[in-house]
Design a binder for this molecule. Structure first.
Ligand SMILES: Cc1ncc(COP(=O)(O)O)c(C=O)c1O
Length: 387
């Protein structure tokens, strides 16, 4: 079938392909432990669920305003202002069906073909996909295991060129769990201010952090006017299937992004936004409990992986992923991921699903029960020993 050239440049997503393979094996009777999925295994908190149901029953089932209902935009602006110590106004908030849409719209609004975009590699694959789709040029910034999966400052500076228009950062980071330091952010901010660049700061894991604090580049001097914060309810409130995300941006840019909303999805379902208000304004204990559970699992999985010969893993500081180095097993990432799926019944993702510099690594999500994590560790250990 003939489609446009740009469609040919748009890939699918590695996680979805592995999930399909795992499900095909399950259909044949295999027992698979799923550590490939990037979503909390917790239920949406009951108060949030109830708020959504209440809104549905009250008839909140029509179109709403394109940028989001005023009460949610206000609640988000207030929450972000308090958390980041900056003043965010409701007109800077654009609510979308999931955070991914903010990435899509930002790329559409800010990039011309040929513009350069710097993004981390390994990194969330959507950024590379969108860059190709737009016809912009991706400049991968390598994250180094020996730096706890942060970038080298000199390397970053060498990637900036007169064609650079946008820098994408993501902290806490998918797939490595790394967290950028204040000085990392200052380096990026200095370049952005000096050269008048845009920053897309993906902060979807900002409440899932174990060490230090989650800082936003938008809170550095002069940065609010050149930063788009991408955030979401998906991970923080275990709401992946609700599709509720948002961007925080300068009001001048918001007016353009809103036209993209109008011409694509029209609005985010209002009853879902009501649940979002409850998530932000209601009790936060469920988030704390979820993060405490992730923290405990992190200890178990890091210790377990590091005790398997041929594997070593940096302790992640945020999100719910580990990114172990697998060079010692003598297989490439794709081959090893396939081996674990077929021979150990453990679904994980090859590091290369997150870019070329992911070779030699795999991504394991610990959004699964401690029992399953322990069982998966035993299976991986036995499968590696058989090699
Ligand atoms: C780094 C990162 N950004 C954005 C998203 C998108 O989240 P959502 O569209 O569910 O809000 C994800 C989801 O996996 C992610 O890992």
């Amino acid at each position: 079938m003939e489609v446009t050239e740009r469609m040919k440049r748009l890939p699918g997503e590695g996680a979805i392909e592995v999930l399909a393979q795992a499900m095909a094996l399950e259909a044949e009777g295999a027992d698979i432990i799923h550590l490939e999925v990037g979503e909390p295994d917790f239920k949406t908190p009951p108060n949030v669920l109830e708020a959504g149901i209440r809104a549905l029953k009250a008839g909140d089932t029509r179109y709403g305003p394109a940028p989001g209902i005023p009460e949610l935009r206000e609640a988000i602006a207030q929450d972000v202002s308090v958390r980041l110590g900056i003043e965010v106004k409701p007109e800077q908030v654009v609510v979308t069906p999931g955070g991914k849409a903010i990435a899509f719209f930002t790329f559409l609004a800010l990039l011309e073909p040929g513009d350069e975009v710097i993004y981390t590699n390994p990194g969330f694959p959507v950024y590379e996909a969108m860059t190709g789709f737009i016809g912009a040029k991706g400049i991968p910034l390598r994250l180094l295991e020996e730096r706890g999966f942060r970038f080298e400052v000199e390397d970053f500076l060498s990637k900036v060129s007169p064609k650079t228009r946008l820098i994408v950062i993501n902290s806490p980071h998918n797939p490595t769990g790394s967290v950028l330091t204040k000085s990392d952010l200052e380096v990026v901010a200095e370049v952005a201010v000096e050269r008048g660049l845009w920053i897309l700061s993906d902060e979807v894991y900002n409440r899932i952090i174990y060490e230090g604090e989650s800082l936003s580049i938008a809170s550095l001097p002069g940065m609010q006017r050149r930063t788009i914060i991408l955030d979401s309810f998906s991970k923080s409130y275990a709401m992946t299937g609700w599709r509720l995300g948002f961007g925080i941006m300068p009001p001048e840019l918001a007016s353009h992004i809103i036209r993209l909303v109008i011409n694509s999805n029209s609005c985010t379902p209002p009853f879902i936004q009501r649940a979002g208000i409850e998530a932000l304004k209601g009790p936060q204990e469920a988030v704390a409990r979820m993060v405490a559970a992730f923290r405990e699992r992190r200890e178990v999985i890091v210790e377990g992986l590091n005790s398997i010969e041929g594997l070593r893993t940096v302790k992640p500081q945020g999100a719910f992923y580990v990114f172990p180095n697998i060079e010692g097993v003598g297989m490439g990432s794709g081959e090893f991921a396939d081996y674990l799926l077929r021979e150990a019944g453990v679904a994980i993702l090859p590091g290369t699903a997150f870019g070329e510099y992911g070779e030699g690594f795999i991504r394991i999500s610990y959004a699964n029960s401690l029992d399953n994590i322990r069982k998966a560790l035993d299976r991986i250990s036995e499968a590696v020993a058989r090699l």
